[in-house]
Design a protein around this ligand. Structure first.
Ligand code: AMP
Ligand code: FES
Ligand code: ZN
Length: 319
Protein backbone atom coordinates (compact mmCIF):
# COMPACT_ATOMS: atom_id res chain seq x y z
CA UNK A 1 0.00 0.00 0.00
CA UNK A 2 1.25 3.50 -0.86
CA UNK A 3 0.99 6.73 1.13
CA UNK A 4 -1.76 8.86 -0.37
CA UNK A 5 0.35 12.01 -0.10
CA UNK A 6 3.92 11.13 -1.05
CA UNK A 7 3.47 7.62 -2.57
CA UNK A 8 6.13 6.10 -0.30
CA UNK A 9 5.30 2.79 1.40
CA UNK A 10 2.38 3.36 3.78
CA UNK A 11 2.68 2.48 7.48
CA UNK A 12 -0.85 3.32 8.69
CA UNK A 13 -4.07 2.44 6.84
CA UNK A 14 -7.15 4.52 7.74
CA UNK A 15 -10.21 2.90 6.14
CA UNK A 16 -12.61 5.48 7.62
CA UNK A 17 -10.79 8.13 5.58
CA UNK A 18 -10.26 5.74 2.61
CA UNK A 19 -6.56 6.44 2.88
CA UNK A 20 -3.13 5.35 4.11
CA UNK A 21 -0.06 7.31 5.19
CA UNK A 22 3.69 6.85 5.57
CA UNK A 23 5.02 7.79 9.06
CA UNK A 24 5.86 11.41 8.15
CA UNK A 25 2.55 12.07 6.40
CA UNK A 26 0.64 10.36 9.25
CA UNK A 27 2.38 12.72 11.71
CA UNK A 28 1.26 15.69 9.58
CA UNK A 29 -2.29 14.29 9.38
CA UNK A 30 -2.41 13.78 13.17
CA UNK A 31 -1.18 17.32 13.82
CA UNK A 32 -3.77 18.68 11.38
CA UNK A 33 -6.62 16.90 13.17
CA UNK A 34 -5.52 18.40 16.51
CA UNK A 35 -5.12 21.86 14.92
CA UNK A 36 -8.64 21.60 13.47
CA UNK A 37 -10.15 20.60 16.81
CA UNK A 38 -8.36 23.46 18.60
CA UNK A 39 -9.27 25.99 15.91
CA UNK A 40 -12.85 24.93 15.05
CA UNK A 41 -13.93 24.67 18.69
CA UNK A 42 -11.72 27.52 19.98
CA UNK A 43 -10.25 25.31 22.67
CA UNK A 44 -7.28 27.53 23.63
CA UNK A 45 -4.69 29.93 22.25
CA UNK A 46 -0.87 29.72 22.15
CA UNK A 47 -0.66 32.28 24.98
CA UNK A 48 -2.71 30.21 27.42
CA UNK A 49 -1.48 27.75 30.09
CA UNK A 50 -2.85 24.25 29.64
CA UNK A 51 -2.96 21.58 32.31
CA UNK A 52 -2.90 18.19 30.57
CA UNK A 53 -4.28 15.24 32.55
CA UNK A 54 -1.82 12.42 31.84
CA UNK A 55 -2.82 8.92 32.95
CA UNK A 56 0.09 7.04 31.36
CA UNK A 57 -2.16 5.61 28.64
CA UNK A 58 -1.57 6.16 24.93
CA UNK A 59 -4.09 8.97 24.47
CA UNK A 60 -2.86 11.38 27.09
CA UNK A 61 0.83 10.75 26.26
CA UNK A 62 0.11 11.40 22.58
CA UNK A 63 -1.86 14.51 23.55
CA UNK A 64 0.78 16.24 25.64
CA UNK A 65 3.52 15.25 23.17
CA UNK A 66 1.55 16.70 20.27
CA UNK A 67 0.51 19.91 22.05
CA UNK A 68 4.07 20.57 23.18
CA UNK A 69 5.25 19.85 19.60
CA UNK A 70 2.83 22.54 18.38
CA UNK A 71 4.38 24.99 20.85
CA UNK A 72 1.59 25.12 23.45
CA UNK A 73 2.40 25.87 27.09
CA UNK A 74 1.65 22.53 28.79
CA UNK A 75 1.99 21.14 32.32
CA UNK A 76 1.24 17.49 33.11
CA UNK A 77 -1.07 16.41 35.93
CA UNK A 78 -1.16 12.80 37.12
CA UNK A 79 -3.52 11.35 39.74
CA UNK A 80 -2.26 8.32 41.64
CA UNK A 81 -5.39 6.36 42.49
CA UNK A 82 -3.73 3.73 44.66
CA UNK A 83 -4.96 0.75 42.58
CA UNK A 84 -2.69 -2.27 43.20
CA UNK A 85 -0.56 -3.34 40.21
CA UNK A 86 -1.97 -0.51 38.12
CA UNK A 87 -1.40 2.92 39.68
CA UNK A 88 2.26 2.35 40.59
CA UNK A 89 3.37 1.38 37.06
CA UNK A 90 1.24 4.17 35.54
CA UNK A 91 2.85 6.78 37.79
CA UNK A 92 6.34 5.52 36.87
CA UNK A 93 5.55 5.68 33.16
CA UNK A 94 4.27 9.26 33.45
CA UNK A 95 7.25 10.36 35.56
CA UNK A 96 9.77 8.82 33.14
CA UNK A 97 7.93 10.23 30.12
CA UNK A 98 7.76 13.76 31.54
CA UNK A 99 11.42 13.65 32.60
CA UNK A 100 12.47 12.45 29.13
CA UNK A 101 10.52 15.22 27.36
CA UNK A 102 11.15 18.01 29.85
CA UNK A 103 7.50 18.45 30.89
CA UNK A 104 6.68 19.82 34.34
CA UNK A 105 4.68 17.17 36.21
CA UNK A 106 2.21 17.64 39.09
CA UNK A 107 1.29 14.43 40.90
CA UNK A 108 -1.77 14.35 43.14
CA UNK A 109 -2.36 11.44 45.47
CA UNK A 110 -6.08 11.07 46.32
CA UNK A 111 -5.07 7.98 48.38
CA UNK A 112 -3.17 10.26 50.77
CA UNK A 113 -6.39 12.20 51.26
CA UNK A 114 -8.35 9.11 52.28
CA UNK A 115 -9.52 8.24 48.78
CA UNK A 116 -7.57 5.21 47.56
CA UNK A 117 -9.78 3.49 44.99
CA UNK A 118 -9.74 0.01 46.65
CA UNK A 119 -10.88 1.57 49.96
CA UNK A 120 -13.52 3.61 48.17
CA UNK A 121 -14.69 0.45 46.38
CA UNK A 122 -15.08 -1.33 49.70
CA UNK A 123 -17.01 1.55 51.27
CA UNK A 124 -19.30 2.72 48.46
CA UNK A 125 -22.02 0.53 47.03
CA UNK A 126 -22.10 2.14 43.58
CA UNK A 127 -20.13 1.01 40.46
CA UNK A 128 -16.53 1.94 41.20
CA UNK A 129 -15.75 3.29 37.72
CA UNK A 130 -18.28 6.11 38.03
CA UNK A 131 -17.18 6.92 41.60
CA UNK A 132 -13.53 6.90 40.52
CA UNK A 133 -14.42 9.16 37.58
CA UNK A 134 -16.02 11.60 39.99
CA UNK A 135 -12.87 11.66 42.17
CA UNK A 136 -10.65 12.18 39.12
CA UNK A 137 -12.79 15.03 37.76
CA UNK A 138 -12.87 16.64 41.20
CA UNK A 139 -9.07 16.78 41.57
CA UNK A 140 -8.42 17.69 37.95
CA UNK A 141 -10.80 20.63 38.25
CA UNK A 142 -9.47 21.63 41.66
CA UNK A 143 -5.87 21.89 40.44
CA UNK A 144 -6.79 23.57 37.16
CA UNK A 145 -9.06 26.11 38.85
CA UNK A 146 -7.05 26.85 42.00
CA UNK A 147 -3.75 27.11 40.15
CA UNK A 148 -5.17 29.39 37.47
CA UNK A 149 -4.71 27.24 34.35
CA UNK A 150 -6.65 28.50 31.34
CA UNK A 151 -7.78 25.01 30.32
CA UNK A 152 -7.73 21.41 31.48
CA UNK A 153 -7.07 19.03 28.57
CA UNK A 154 -7.86 15.32 28.65
CA UNK A 155 -6.93 12.59 26.17
CA UNK A 156 -10.51 11.58 25.32
CA UNK A 157 -10.50 10.43 21.70
CA UNK A 158 -13.21 9.97 19.06
CA UNK A 159 -14.03 6.45 20.29
CA UNK A 160 -14.47 7.70 23.87
CA UNK A 161 -16.66 10.55 22.72
CA UNK A 162 -18.79 8.35 20.46
CA UNK A 163 -19.29 5.72 23.21
CA UNK A 164 -20.28 8.43 25.67
CA UNK A 165 -22.58 10.16 23.19
CA UNK A 166 -24.21 6.81 22.39
CA UNK A 167 -24.80 6.11 26.10
CA UNK A 168 -26.23 9.59 26.61
CA UNK A 169 -28.47 9.15 23.56
CA UNK A 170 -29.76 5.79 24.76
CA UNK A 171 -30.98 7.62 27.88
CA UNK A 172 -31.89 10.85 26.02
CA UNK A 173 -29.99 12.57 28.78
CA UNK A 174 -30.63 16.21 27.91
CA UNK A 175 -28.14 17.55 30.49
CA UNK A 176 -25.28 15.67 28.86
CA UNK A 177 -26.57 16.00 25.29
CA UNK A 178 -26.70 19.76 25.74
CA UNK A 179 -23.11 20.01 26.99
CA UNK A 180 -21.07 17.07 25.63
CA UNK A 181 -18.31 17.97 23.21
CA UNK A 182 -14.69 19.02 22.89
CA UNK A 183 -15.21 22.28 24.80
CA UNK A 184 -16.89 22.90 28.14
CA UNK A 185 -16.37 26.60 28.89
CA UNK A 186 -15.22 27.75 32.34
CA UNK A 187 -18.05 28.61 34.70
CA UNK A 188 -17.80 29.73 38.33
CA UNK A 189 -15.34 27.39 40.03
CA UNK A 190 -15.30 25.01 37.06
CA UNK A 191 -12.21 25.31 34.85
CA UNK A 192 -12.53 25.14 31.05
CA UNK A 193 -12.38 21.48 29.88
CA UNK A 194 -11.07 20.58 26.42
CA UNK A 195 -10.62 17.39 24.37
CA UNK A 196 -8.20 18.17 21.53
CA UNK A 197 -8.07 14.50 20.35
CA UNK A 198 -11.80 14.35 19.61
CA UNK A 199 -11.19 13.92 15.86
CA UNK A 200 -8.75 11.00 16.28
CA UNK A 201 -9.56 7.35 16.95
CA UNK A 202 -8.01 5.06 19.52
CA UNK A 203 -6.18 3.29 16.67
CA UNK A 204 -4.73 6.59 15.50
CA UNK A 205 -3.41 7.60 18.95
CA UNK A 206 -1.92 4.10 19.33
CA UNK A 207 -0.25 4.47 15.91
CA UNK A 208 1.06 7.91 16.92
CA UNK A 209 2.67 6.50 20.08
CA UNK A 210 4.13 3.57 18.15
CA UNK A 211 5.62 5.77 15.42
CA UNK A 212 7.04 8.25 17.97
CA UNK A 213 8.31 5.50 20.22
CA UNK A 214 6.28 6.74 23.21
CA UNK A 215 6.18 3.99 25.85
CA UNK A 216 2.71 3.97 27.35
CA UNK A 217 0.91 1.84 29.91
CA UNK A 218 -1.04 -1.05 28.44
CA UNK A 219 -2.69 -2.61 31.46
CA UNK A 220 -6.39 -1.84 31.65
CA UNK A 221 -7.79 -0.82 35.01
CA UNK A 222 -8.58 -4.07 36.89
CA UNK A 223 -12.02 -2.69 37.74
CA UNK A 224 -13.01 -1.77 34.17
CA UNK A 225 -14.16 -5.27 33.12
CA UNK A 226 -17.76 -5.24 31.93
CA UNK A 227 -18.01 -1.41 31.92
CA UNK A 228 -20.82 -0.35 29.59
CA UNK A 229 -18.56 1.93 27.53
CA UNK A 230 -16.42 -1.07 26.58
CA UNK A 231 -19.54 -2.79 25.16
CA UNK A 232 -20.60 0.36 23.31
CA UNK A 233 -17.13 0.71 21.79
CA UNK A 234 -17.35 -2.84 20.42
CA UNK A 235 -20.74 -2.07 18.84
CA UNK A 236 -19.33 1.03 17.18
CA UNK A 237 -16.25 -0.82 15.97
CA UNK A 238 -18.56 -3.26 14.24
CA UNK A 239 -20.56 -0.45 12.67
CA UNK A 240 -17.39 1.33 11.56
CA UNK A 241 -16.11 -1.87 9.91
CA UNK A 242 -19.31 -2.18 7.90
CA UNK A 243 -19.68 1.50 7.22
CA UNK A 244 -16.37 3.40 7.49
CA UNK A 245 -16.76 6.97 8.70
CA UNK A 246 -19.84 6.26 10.88
CA UNK A 247 -18.18 7.35 14.12
CA UNK A 248 -17.02 10.70 12.74
CA UNK A 249 -20.42 11.35 11.11
CA UNK A 250 -22.33 10.51 14.33
CA UNK A 251 -20.13 12.77 16.45
CA UNK A 252 -19.66 15.69 14.06
CA UNK A 253 -23.36 15.83 13.12
CA UNK A 254 -24.24 15.76 16.80
CA UNK A 255 -22.00 18.77 17.38
CA UNK A 256 -23.49 20.73 14.49
CA UNK A 257 -27.18 19.70 14.81
CA UNK A 258 -27.97 17.71 17.97
CA UNK A 259 -26.12 19.62 20.67
CA UNK A 260 -27.62 22.99 19.75
CA UNK A 261 -31.12 21.51 20.10
CA UNK A 262 -30.41 20.19 23.59
CA UNK A 263 -28.28 23.08 24.91
CA UNK A 264 -31.22 25.29 26.03
CA UNK A 265 -32.64 22.34 28.00
CA UNK A 266 -29.44 21.25 29.74
CA UNK A 267 -29.36 21.61 33.55
CA UNK A 268 -32.63 23.54 33.41
CA UNK A 269 -33.89 22.19 36.71
CA UNK A 270 -30.55 22.29 38.52
CA UNK A 271 -30.50 24.00 41.91
CA UNK A 272 -27.89 26.78 42.12
CA UNK A 273 -24.53 25.38 43.21
CA UNK A 274 -22.99 26.21 46.58
CA UNK A 275 -19.45 25.85 47.97
CA UNK A 276 -18.80 22.54 49.74
CA UNK A 277 -18.61 23.23 53.49
CA UNK A 278 -15.45 21.07 53.71
CA UNK A 279 -13.38 21.66 50.59
CA UNK A 280 -15.08 24.64 48.93
CA UNK A 281 -15.70 22.83 45.62
CA UNK A 282 -18.93 23.63 43.75
CA UNK A 283 -21.66 21.32 44.99
CA UNK A 284 -25.43 20.86 44.77
CA UNK A 285 -25.54 19.83 48.45
CA UNK A 286 -23.89 21.30 51.53
CA UNK A 287 -21.10 18.72 51.24
CA UNK A 288 -19.74 17.81 47.79
CA UNK A 289 -19.87 14.27 46.40
CA UNK A 290 -16.17 13.64 46.94
CA UNK A 291 -16.16 14.79 50.57
CA UNK A 292 -19.22 12.56 51.14
CA UNK A 293 -17.32 9.59 49.66
CA UNK A 294 -14.37 10.38 51.95
CA UNK A 295 -16.72 10.42 54.94
CA UNK A 296 -18.07 7.00 53.93
CA UNK A 297 -14.53 5.60 53.69
CA UNK A 298 -13.66 6.98 57.15
CA UNK A 299 -16.87 5.55 58.62
CA UNK A 300 -16.05 2.06 57.27
CA UNK A 301 -12.46 2.32 58.57
CA UNK A 302 -13.63 3.47 62.00
CA UNK A 303 -16.11 0.60 62.22
CA UNK A 304 -13.41 -1.90 61.18
CA UNK A 305 -11.11 -0.42 63.88
CA UNK A 306 -13.84 -0.63 66.53
CA UNK A 307 -14.63 -4.26 65.53
CA UNK A 308 -10.94 -5.16 65.79
CA UNK A 309 -10.70 -3.58 69.27
CA UNK A 310 -13.83 -5.51 70.32
CA UNK A 311 -12.35 -8.77 69.09
CA UNK A 312 -9.09 -8.04 70.93
CA UNK A 313 -10.99 -7.40 74.16
CA UNK A 314 -12.99 -10.63 73.78
CA UNK A 315 -9.82 -12.64 73.11
CA UNK A 316 -8.16 -11.11 76.21
CA UNK A 317 -11.19 -11.90 78.43
CA UNK A 318 -11.29 -15.53 77.30
CA UNK A 319 -7.65 -16.09 78.37
P1 AMP B 1 -10.34 7.41 31.05
O1 AMP B 1 -11.52 8.00 31.71
O2 AMP B 1 -9.55 6.49 31.92
O3 AMP B 1 -10.64 6.86 29.69
O4 AMP B 1 -9.36 8.64 30.78
C1 AMP B 1 -9.71 9.72 29.98
C2 AMP B 1 -8.69 10.81 30.16
O5 AMP B 1 -8.71 11.26 31.53
C3 AMP B 1 -7.25 10.38 29.91
O6 AMP B 1 -6.91 10.46 28.55
C4 AMP B 1 -6.50 11.38 30.74
O7 AMP B 1 -6.39 12.63 30.08
C5 AMP B 1 -7.41 11.57 31.95
N1 AMP B 1 -7.02 10.65 33.05
C6 AMP B 1 -7.56 9.44 33.36
N2 AMP B 1 -6.97 8.89 34.44
C7 AMP B 1 -6.03 9.79 34.85
C8 AMP B 1 -5.07 9.82 35.90
N3 AMP B 1 -4.95 8.82 36.77
N4 AMP B 1 -4.26 10.90 36.01
C9 AMP B 1 -4.37 11.92 35.14
N5 AMP B 1 -5.25 11.94 34.12
C10 AMP B 1 -6.07 10.91 33.97
FE1 FES C 1 -10.92 4.31 38.18
FE2 FES C 1 -10.55 2.05 37.09
S1 FES C 1 -9.42 3.86 36.78
S2 FES C 1 -11.97 2.48 38.56
ZN1 ZN D 1 -15.95 18.84 49.24
Amino acid sequence: MKCRVCKQTAAVALPSHHTAFCPACFAAYFARQVERAVHNHRLFTPEERILVAVSGGKDSLALIHQLAGQGYNVTALHLDLGIPNSSGPAREIVAAFCAAHGFTLRVVDPAEMGLSVPEVKAAVKRPICSVCGKIKRHYMNKIAYEEGYDALATGHNLDDEVARLFANTLRWDRDFLGTQGPLLPAQGKFARKVKPLCRLSEFETAAYCFLHDLRHGATACPYSKGASFTGHKKLWEDLEQRSPGSKTAFYEHFLTHGKTAFAPLAHKDREPLQDCRICGAPSNLETCGVCRIREQVFAVKEKAGADLCGQGREAKNSL
